[in-house]
Write a protein that binds this ligand. Sequence first.
Ligand code: GLN
Length: 478
Amino acid sequence: MITELHQKLLNKETTATKLVQQYLDTIKKQEPNINAFLTITEEEAKRCAEVVDKKINDGEEIGLLAGIPCAIKDTIMTKNVRTTAGSKILDNYTAPYDATVMERLKKEDIIMMGKTNMDEFAMGSSTENSAYGPTKNPHDINRVPGGSSGGSAAAVAADEVVWSLGTDTGGSIRQPASFCGVVGLKPTYGRVSRHGLIAMASSLDQVGPFAHSVEDVAIILSAIAGFDPKDATSAKSHQKPYQNYLEENIEGMVVGIPKEYDTDGMDARVKEKYHTAIEDMKKRGAKIENISLPHTKYALPAYYIIMPSEVSSNMARFDGMRYGMQIDDKEGKGLWETYKDTRKYGLGDEVKKRVMLGTYTLSAGYYDAYYKKAQKVRALIKKDFEQAFTKVHTIFTPTSPEVAFPFGAKTDDPITMYLSDIFTVTANIAGVPAISVPIGTVAEEGKELPVGGQIMGKWFDEDRVLKVAHAYELETKK
Ligand code: GLN
């Protein structure tokens, strides 16, 4: 879609200004139902569109993303624009600088239409933890869009924008992509700069794109990836315009099917779509190999130790002194009461729960029993992948064991909510790249609900992940 729009802009079949107007109209029509946006940056979008139109008229060269409307998750810092991370504590917070990804995208003349809704500080799987009300799934507005990047996924699915950015700590790009029927990529840890991303769990967080096609996701990845001296974990890895290397066939590509992900615990309809997708990959030349990732069952428990530990430390900066909201200490109770009141009113229940859990797992006496043990499990999970990748090039699994669920279905039972990420957290724990692509829909209550399949690859091998995803996509669009 991006290359077609780019071509239309160059051929003067449309203008960036017209595109902005067209997408603004859709946003205005859809938002009362969908609630994908927390902030709409209409004026700025129009201004940027004029800049792009002038460049085109002056015959200047423009990048592929120039003039194309997009949306950015509200956990990414956008200079002079409200950035809330879905939290009341940052309700009136305006970012003083751009995240590195934004700096890079601005150089490409992107058109940001606004900031998208999300679970508070990216903690959740449904956007029900947003302080600003949930986002609705465009395929059925009685159902969640997934989370935490639910706003970014829904905005693309509802055609409010062409593409968007999300973040993924345990599945927050891939699971909503799967629920909303769009493509979502979590790059290798270190591939995309985290500078200017409001941190959730720093050793797991990655920024990545949502779009309607694998090619579009490849274009966006090429624009945001690369070394950044401002991020200590940023990698000096090789890089290329991934979109130019996609192929129709994947002859010789060995795709691993891990038995641990093919469980009876998942929705039978998801299982069926998954098996059909395996057959479709074969038609494009993939060689299927059965493999095992033996420590998979420990991934979710390890994630729910490591993640809250890092959350508890990252959330400490929200104290009412440095950022956002402060509950005034009118009664002169002192600093500690101000801290307490600000956090009490500013933060939601899920965030508080994770801060408490993380403080517990990091405290003296429990650190060895929980945090250190979880880190050892993390090493074993990484080893599983290392071993698997000596036999296969990529690994294919379902993205989520289920389809989008109705609002409220899991809010009373955190464990079932956490199980939503059972297939996605391993990629974050190991740091490998993983993409979710639509693999069909299932009919329920008169609606067609999307199902997603996940392709994981070796560290920094986004190239092969995208190749497999693209060839599969072509097979399904035949
Ligand atoms: N749903 C997972 C969680 O609640 C993952 C969140 C994320 O990737 N940001 O932690």
